[in-house]
Design a protein around this ligand. Structure first.
Ligand SMILES: Nc1ncnc2c1ncn2[C@@H]1O[C@H](COP(=O)(O)OP(=O)(O)O)[C@@H](O)[C@H]1O
Ligand SMILES: [Mg+2]
Length: 237
């Protein structure tokens, strides 16, 4: 750890302070963290410890107040809005707890349209392949409202990975799913991570799930409390 040239994510002293009626709130309070290419990282910690905020910073969706955020070779704090949008398009796939699908687009369109916007001529073929990989080839023309929660999350996962991102980020992707369905989503994510060598940052409340990762980062009060090998990795050593 800590080898600059060998990190795909390198955070140094990242702070985020927001104003509130009660004064300034220090949400992130000096986070430094290195993640190697291809690593699966589980992010855990109590509610309110800053996990979602940190993910937003990593994805270039939230600008920190201080520190350095290097992701996939880019210093995000130096990019403007257009640069950040390009960075996300080229490097990052994100899955949220609440799916965030476009309700007026079919499953196929939800996956294909971002690819089309990214300039890919084969957007619809590619989207169909991705939906097949998550077991949804029979649901291509369904709207999100016609799909179960688990199916919607599969569409969101297909959309996140369709552009072959170097980094897959997920914020409690199983939080709105029953245990069995959540397990299927997790299996799909790890399968993609292994097959494509995708770096994965996975926020979860589930210790067992976090333990499946190479590394577990525990946040507390906007700081990194600990970094441990995942249970499986620890057992192999
Ligand atoms: N836009 C905001 N304005 C003020 N406080 C916020 C904002 N977003 C998050 N917070 C606060 O920052 C802290 C961390 O939030 P969050 O990153 O969502 O934590 P977690 O995902 O670990 O539950 C919480 O105390 C939350 O209330
Ligand atoms: Mg959160």
């Amino acid at each position: 750890m800590g080898h600059v040239a060998n990190s795909i994510i390198e955070l140094t002293g990242v702070t985020l302070t927001l104003p509130s009626l009660a004064g300034e709130v220090n949400i992130l309070r000096g986070i430094s963290l290195d993640i190697a290419p291809g690593e699966a990282v589980g992010m855990v910690g109590p509610s309110g410890s800053g996990k979602s905020t940190l993910l937003m910073v990593l994805a270039g969706l939230e600008s920190p107040s201080g520190g350095s955020v290097k992701v996939a070779g880019a210093e995000l704090t130096k990019l403007d809005e257009d640069g950040l949008a390009r960075f996300r398009r080229d490097h990052v796939g994100i899955v949220f707890q609440s799916f965030h699908l476009v309700p007026t687009m079919t499953a196929l369109e939800n996956v294909a349209v971002p690819l089309e916007l990214a300039g890919r001529a084969d957007a619809f073929e590619r989207a169909e392949e991705e939906l097949k990989l998550v077991g949804l080839s029979h649901r291509l023309d369904h709207y999100p409202g016609q799909l179960s929660g688990g199916e919607q999350q599969r569409v969101a996962l297909a959309r996140a990975v369709a552009g072959d991102p170097e980094i897959l980020m997920a914020d409690e992707p199983t939080g709105n799913l029953d245990a069995a369905t959540g397990e299927q989503i997790v299996e799909l994510m790890f399968d993609l991570h292994r097959r494509r060598g995708t770096t994965m940052v996975l926020i979860t409340h589930d210790n067992e799930l976090a333990g499946m990762c190479d590394k577990v980062v525990r946040l507390k009060d906007g700081k990194v409390e600990s970094v441990h090998p995942g249970a499986r990795r620890a057992a192999a050593q």
